[in-house]
Design a protein around this ligand. Structure first.
Ligand code: HPA
Ligand code: ZN
Length: 344
């Protein structure tokens, strides 16, 4: 199937929510070039074609090493705020009304930023985005599995001490192999105690066990990626039973080589098993995608029709950690849009 101009326009106008997008990975190519020219000593590409080449990933570990290198370009709370505001503008342009942005606060702390300043930058960037675009931003803080328990401690104690406005979730990213989800149970308990929902990455590059561990040890209400569940019918049944939502990011999985191709992506297997699935971008600046493109892929490659795309948009709102009035407002906008765009 191809996306007709009509369908592309339909997707573009559809109000949507984005539940899985990393702050640094979202930064557009021009934004990263601006930072790499500001900090040339970081040795990152200074020209667009070189940066695009730099963003061709050999495998997941290579992706993570590039991701960490790009992190070196974010040095001050003002840089953090600029990334938030840039992301807010990009989200508004694709009709995202609400987004949960994953912030790896520990990277900023390790770069020597003032901990209170990081939280203030997030609060200010969120307020500026709301005022300028109407897009509601919320934040999830992910532990980087590469930094082990000390990184977990730094992340949760920062979230406890410096709560930015809009803080809603707590996650676990970076490498899955060698970072067993169970090791992080204590940090997630503390996160839940301060009202942050558990939304770890799991089942992206390792098997179903990482998803089971996330449910049992981390109290996950959603799973970042979770595509390995498709290998295990019992686990899919458990996800349905527990009403756990997957944050699926198709283009990301191809770019990091977590799956061989879009055609080989288990999106349809998961949905046919009744698992709640949302569409997301993960790192749109690095993967040259946006949320409209992911919806187009759902249509083109996974055969989802217009009403299925509307259902996916509704699911992203329902599965979000937004307060009910925000959910109700966006769901009503989606309903109005669906009614107004009914083909005759
Ligand atoms: N997985 C783990 N860590 C990440 C990802 C991801 O998809 N994106 C950015 N950091
Ligand atoms: Zn991710």
């Amino acid at each position: 199937m191809t996306t007709s101009p009509d369908m592309a326009a339909f997707v573009a106008g559809l109000p949507k929510a984005e539940l899985h997008v990393h702050l640094q990975g979202a930064a557009s190519v021009p934004t990263i070039l601006e930072l790499s020219r500001r900090y040339p000593e970081a040795g990152l590409p200074l020209e667009e074609d070189e940066l695009r080449e730099f963003y061709r990933f050999r495998d997941f570990d290579h992706f993570l090493s590039v991701y960490m290198a790009v992190n070196e370009l974010v040095r001050t709370p003002d840089d953090v705020q600029a990334l938030v505001e840039g992301l807010g503008r990009d989200l508004a342009a694709v009709n995202v009304r609400y987004a949960e942005v994953t912030v790896t606060a520990d990277s900023h702390l390790l770069a020597g930023m003032d901990p209170a300043g990081v939280a203030e930058a997030l609060t200010a960037g969120r307020a500026a985005t709301l005022a300028r675009t109407g897009v509601e931003l919320a934040y999830t803080y992910d532990i980087n599995g590469a930094h082990g328990l000390p990184g977990a401690e730094r992340t949760i104690s920062w979230a406890e001490r410096f709560p930015a406005e809009g803080s809603v979730g707590f996650g676990l990213g970076g490498p899955e192999a060698g970072a067993p989800r169970t090791a992080y149970a204590e940090a997630f308990t503390r996160a839940r105690d301060i009202g942050l929902a558990s939304v770890p990455h799991a089942g992206e590059t390792t098997g179903p066990q990482s998803i089971r561990d996330s449910l049992d040890a981390l109290g996950a209400v959603r799973i970042g990626h979770g595509i390995a569940a498709a290998q295990d019918a019992d686990l899919m049944a458990e996800l349905v039973e527990r009403d756990v939502v997957l944050e699926v990011c198709p283009t990301s999985n191809v770019c990091t080589r977590a799956v061989d191709s879009l055609e080989a992506h288990p999106f349809t297997i998961l949905r046919e098993a009744g698992v709640r699935v949302t569409l997301n971008t993960d790192d749109p600046g690095m993967f040259d995608t946006d949320l409209n493109r992911e919806y187009e892929i759902a249509h083109e490659v996974f055969g989802v029709d217009r009403s299925g795309l509307v259902d996916l948009a509704r699911e992203s709102v329902r599965a979000s950690l937004a307060v009910q009035p925000v959910k109700d407002r966006i769901l009503a906008e989606i309903d109005d849009y669906a009614a107004a765009t009914q083909p005759e």
